[in-house]
Design a protein around this ligand. Structure first.
Ligand SMILES: [Zn+2]
Length: 68
């Protein structure tokens, strides 16, 4: 099993390895949400804005060696 650096969703606090950077309130901050929350808050939402995707990086020392 690959070790991923999962991070918590800003909305439901589930640890996930894929999050979307979005705004979903008119005066809201940018938040990082999991795909589940993203589909909930983005639907029929005029305030929804998409700012990017965050993916967990695999922790692999062997790969770092190849990079340098
Ligand atoms: Zn969530």
């Amino acid at each position: 099993m690959a070790k991923l650096k999962s991070k918590p969703c800003d909305r439901c606090n589930n640890l996930v390895d894929l999050r979307y950077r979005i705004q979903y309130e008119s005066d809201g901050d940018w938040v990082m949400v999991c795909p589940g929350c993203w589909s909930q808050v983005s639907q029929d939402n005029p305030h929804y804005r998409y700012g990017g995707t965050w993916k967990a990086k695999k922790k692999s020392p062997a790969k770092n060696q190849a990079q340098s």
